[in-house]
Write a protein that binds this ligand. Structure first.
Ligand SMILES: *Cc1c(COP(=O)(O)O)cnc(C)c1O
Length: 392
């Protein structure tokens, strides 16, 4: 890829923030802007019916990927809305004042903020701690459950440190105690086989643009059978999505999301191996060329495309800015990087060091090839060397 001025594009290593839309996805979407433009709710003519069929196909593609039924998929504007709908929707439908929810300190803000608002509103929320590798303790989870607990919300894969939560074990615990289990699987969908039935998941948030689909589309899986989960709708109007989320469906984006999911699942096994190898190569080279470097998160229980690295004494924000014309990386969650605020995830695993200021994330993906690794390491190692020299 090169820009019109002939300058090389920076190497993209921020696939946790977003991914480019796959060409095959764009192609699948194309007819739904101009030719098949009907409103899928308009059943009285073929324009609407054809659009409706396309939506149904996407619903099936997504359902199949997670072993759900198409009727259990609710389209939303993204994972942020899906998380809000899951948490507020369940609590408002089921909960008596004083009801209790359980989540975790390293969740995405789209889970943490609704939970904090509910706490303000008088609900009781347990924010489980994590250890220095970012893992929750399942005994902490068991101990936190009590009469009145309505929901456990724990993410499948962390968007900053890539840590994987043990979904099957959590689902089992939730089921034993008859508590609903919601998981934000936005980052996991690409790389982790998901099975809502085997994992006892009642609600699951997904997003299009993290899996090479379009932005502004996502879904909430809502279990329709044993148990049938009911939600208080958060967006009211025409009653689309069986009253769970009103608003005219974004047909092209839905078609693209379905296609992106299909491709992700089809290529998952191969892509996991490919990115894992590249990630290992990247980490080995970084360790060889940069002194005093530390991996944040769990060494094995992490996404295969993720590295989160601490460089004690180095200001990560300065490193990101200094190298930005050569490599696109980020200090953490894209949603919080506008502020100079340190990452809440790194802070919660920090060992009293300066990790929250010295850490950055490398997220590789489909745009990463073997040829990206050497130049990326070069740029970073050179910048770190320069920064250390300035300090002396
Ligand atoms: C990106 C992300 C979100 C937000 O998804 P949008 O579709 O951009 O709203 C939520 N949770 C996690 C874990 C994410 O990585």
């Amino acid at each position: 890829m090169s820009q019109s001025n002939g300058q090389e594009q920076p190497i993209y290593m921020d696939h946790h923030a977003t991914t480019p839309t796959d060409e095959r996805v764009v192609e699948a979407m194309q007819p739904y802007f101009t030719e098949v433009f009907g409103n899928p709710s308009s059943n009285d003519h073929t324009y609407g019916a054809e659009a409706g069929q396309a939506v149904q196909r996407a619903r099936s593609q997504i359902a199949e990927a997670i072993n759900a039924d198409p009727s259990e998929i609710v389209f939303t504007s993204g994972a942020t809305e899906a998380n809000n709908l899951a948490i507020d929707g369940v609590v408002e439908h089921y909960a008596e004042p004083g009801a209790h929810l359980i989540t975790c300190v390293t969740e995405h803000k789209a889970v943490l903020d609704p939970c904090k608002d509910l706490r303000e509103a008088g609900y009781d929320v347990t924010f489980l701690p994590v250890d220095h590798q970012g893992m929750i303790d399942l005994d902490d989870l068991r101990d936190a459950i009590r009469p009145g607990t309505v929901l456990i919300s724990l993410m499948a894969a962390n968007n900053e440190i890539g840590v994987l939560h043990p979904l099957t074990e959590i689902g089992q615990i939730a089921k034993e105690h008859e508590v609903l289990f919601h998981t934000d699987a936005t980052q996991a969908l690409n790389y982790i086989p998901l099975d809502v039935e085997a994992m006892n998941i009642d609600l699951m948030s997904l997003s299009g643009h993290k899996i090479y689909g379009p932005k502004g589309i996502g879904a909430l899986y809502v279990s329709g059978i044993s148990p049938t989960v009911r939600l208080k709708e958060q967006i009211r109007g025409g009653g689309q999505e069986k009253g769970r989320r009103s608003g005219t469906l974004n047909v092209p984006a839905i078609v693209g999301f379905g296609k992106a999911v299909e491709i992700a699942i089809e290529e998952q096994a191969e892509e996991v191996e490919r990115v894992r190898e590249l990630r290992e190569e990247l980490w080995e080279q970084m360790r060889a060329k940069i002194d005093d470097i530390k991996l944040n998160g769990h060494p094995e229980k992490r996404l295969p495309n993720n590295l989160n690295i601490a460089l004690p004494g180095i200001e990560a924000q300065a490193l990101v800015v200094q190298t930005k014309n050569r490599i696109a990386l980020s200090r953490g969650s894209a949603c919080t990087t506008d502020s100079v605020e340190a990452s809440h995830v790194i802070r919660s695993i920090s060992n009293n060091g300066d990790e929250e200021f010295s850490s950055f994330r490398l997220g590789i993906g489909r745009t990463t090839s073997k040829n990206s690794i050497d130049p990326a390491v070069d740029v970073l190692a050179t910048a770190v060397r320069r920064m250390k020299k300035v300090k002396l």
